[in-house]
Design a protein around this ligand. Sequence first.
Ligand code: SF4
Ligand code: SF4
Length: 217
Amino acid sequence: MSRRVVRRIVRIDESKCDGCGLCVSACPEGALKIVNGKARLVNEALCDGLGACIRECPRGAIVFEEREAEPFELGGEREGLVERAHEQLVTARLNWPIKLELINPRSPAISGKQLIIVADCVPFVYSTFKRDYSGGFVASGCPIFGDNSLYRDKIAGMLKRNEVPSLKVVRMEVPCCSRLTSIVAEALRLSGKRINLEENVIGIDGAFMSKQILEVS
Ligand code: SF4
Ligand code: SF4
């Protein structure tokens, strides 16, 4: 038996899990399976502790925990997956410009896409940002150094002038970054649109920490 180590690994709350299987397809390591209608971590050695499954779970049923477990092991089937993930990362494209200050809210490129407002630090810290967020229209800003009123009005304008099906804010876990979520929520209110606002939080260690749908009234 291999030496056990204390490390970050996922825990599944079966009372919240409805067995949809999204986490199983999201896990690049093959660590999860649906067993008797519930997701289960079937091989803890294969869990890389990066949380791709947490991001996909619509019911918030998966969380991280620090506990004693088998050390992470690179599974054989992972080799091809890593190459594919790398290829996706290299070929993924984002819109241009990216900075909120420079984006024209009337740009036709915005319509029909999810609007993703991202804190400036996130793409530096979260290594698969391009791959994971390239499907939407990305706009970045810093709630500490940027002009918060300009951001609010710009985002409200983008929402008002375009058919945006949903809105996402991606921020760092540090408390000062939560102001970005407040700005985006305020912009959504101002726009008068009734669409979902999802918040994704990235840890300072580069891991995807959580996602939640926020009530904006
Ligand atoms: S994504 Fe969430 S709800 Fe769906 S099977 Fe996995 S843990 Fe359960
Ligand atoms: S953290 Fe990563 S490796 Fe572990 S179960 Fe979730 S997706 Fe799979």
